[in-house]
Design a protein around this ligand. Structure first.
Ligand code: PMP
Length: 416
């Protein structure tokens, strides 16, 4: 049997150091390690498990697909599983929202989808620059990293990253009616700025890795208007915040904006199976055949679980309503903690929330002690100063309450 020690030594450092145990099985909002100890999962595969671990509805669809020798891998070929997913996407997600997008399967990961979106924006506009925002996170491949506003992550590349210009995420918080991407407007209006008009702007409506920074609807609308007026494509990266994380299926719905390109991954596969999508306005479908491909862009088992997730959870608005209601409970609990200790604040939307600590060493301590108490919570933010709560959307009210109580005990113990 592999010991914890061997796992730690042979695995490249990451979660194996932060959560030193060997996990074995999982169901719903719970992970179990090989000693039988259970952990409540408020991390949910970094947003890849919105419907929980081994979701029974998705599992039976997957097993049925496998047992009838349904295709597992088919590159970009047309298959029944792909067709059924495209139909479900159109009928359940796009048409009811008045959205008209073509669908690209760019490969298995969020970064694959971001790369495709950046490439497409450059191809169709003939421009090269991409603008992104402070504290953004879009993936760790070189193109995606170029638009990631995190110095430590960028430093890992060891080379200058071309063609990305970080914009301050100014005025994005709160409900200031005058809020807008003022700095970006100034640069565009200033012919002496030295910056070329970009092909696209890429934005997360809520920055997940960046510390749960929630853009206001006003700010997003101003950004969308500016992009549209200047012929700049707006790419919304919904890799972490899509598939209902903030309540509605797409995180940008609340702001009432329609991006030119949307990237989705993580929970779109439904069962934790790798899959990513690029949704693009039909006029931007200018790819020549084979111009952007990848071997694993035809993950048919993921097409099946993705489709069943859409049919089961998104026919109607039940999941949105329960996510928003559970999110209120999280917010109340975090506000209570924030009121108890100076330098602590809460923010979030739907079932993504952050508890930010002015003393940047605290969030890591909270995550480690929570692990010891049986609760998995991750940190985020430029200094890892924010405890990020990302439970599965299918978490029960009792499980949520239990996890929030554990978290409060941990914070009390560390901050009191
Ligand atoms: N965009 C966002 C907003 C993300 O949160 C992530 C992953 N945390 C990515 C892109 C990259 O996805 P992946 O890790 O699957 O490449």
């Amino acid at each position: 049997m592999t010991t914890v020690f061997e796992t730690l030594e042979s695995n490249v450092r990451s979660y194996c150091r932060a959560w030193p145990t060997v996990f074995d099985t999982a169901r719903g909002a719970w992970l179990r390690d090989e000693s039988g100890r259970e952990y409540l999962d408020f991390f949910a595969g970094a947003g890849a498990l919105n419907y929980g671990h081994n979701n029974p509805v998705l599992k039976s669809a997957l097993l049925e697909h496998l047992s009838r020798d349904g295709i597992t891998h088919a590159l970009d070929m047309s298959t029944t599983a792909k067709r059924d997913l495209l139909v479900a996407l159109r009928d359940i997600v796009l048409v009811p929202r008045g959205l008209d997008y073509k669908v690209q399967f760019p490969g298995p990961t969020g970064a694959n989808a971001v790369e495709a979106a950046l490439k497409l924006a450059r191809k169709v506009t003939g421009r090269t620059a991409i603008w992104n925002f402070t504290n953004s996170f879009h993936g760790v491949s070189l193109g995606a990293l170029a638009v990631t506003g995190n110095a430590a992550k960028r430093a890992a590349a060891g080379v200058p990253l071309a063609h990305a210009v970080p914009m301050p995420y100014d005025g994005y918080l709160g409900d200031d009616p005058a809020a807008g991407p003022a700095w970006m407007r100034r640069v565009l209006d200033d012919s002496a700025s030295g910056l070329d008009k970009p092909a696209a702007v890429i934005v997360e409506t809520v920055q997940g890795e960046g510390g749960v920074n929630v853009a206001s609807g006003q700010w997003l609308r101003a950004l969308a208007e500016l992009c549209s007026a200047r012929g700049i494509l707006l790419i919304v990266d919904d890799v972490q915040m899509g598939c209902g994380r903030t309540g509605p299926f797409f995180s940008f719905e609340t702001a009432g904006i329609t991006p030119d390109i949307v990237v989705l991954s993580k929970s779109i596969g439904g069962y934790g199976l790798p899959m990513a999508l690029v949704l693009l306005r039909p006029e931007w479908d200018q790819w020549a055949p084979g111009e952007h491909n990848g071997t694993f862009r035809g993950n048919n088992p993921a097409f099946v679980t993705a489709r069943v997730a859409l049919e089961h959870y998104w026919t109607g608005d039940g999941l949105t309503a329960s996510t928003l209601a559970l999110g209120e409970r999280v917010r109340d609990a975090l506000d209570e903690l924030a009121a108890r200790y100076p330098g602590v604040s809460a923010r979030g939307r739907g079932l993504v929330h952050g508890l930010a600590f002015a003393d940047v060493s605290v969030a890591g301590k909270v995550s480690r002690l929570a692990f010891e108490r049986g609760l998995l919570v991750e940190t985020s933010g430029p200094d890892d100063e924010v405890v990020k709560l990302l439970p599965p959307l299918t978490v029960t009210p009792d499980e949520l309450g239990y996890g929030l109580t554990l978290l409060a005990e941990v914070v009390d113990e560390i901050c009191a």
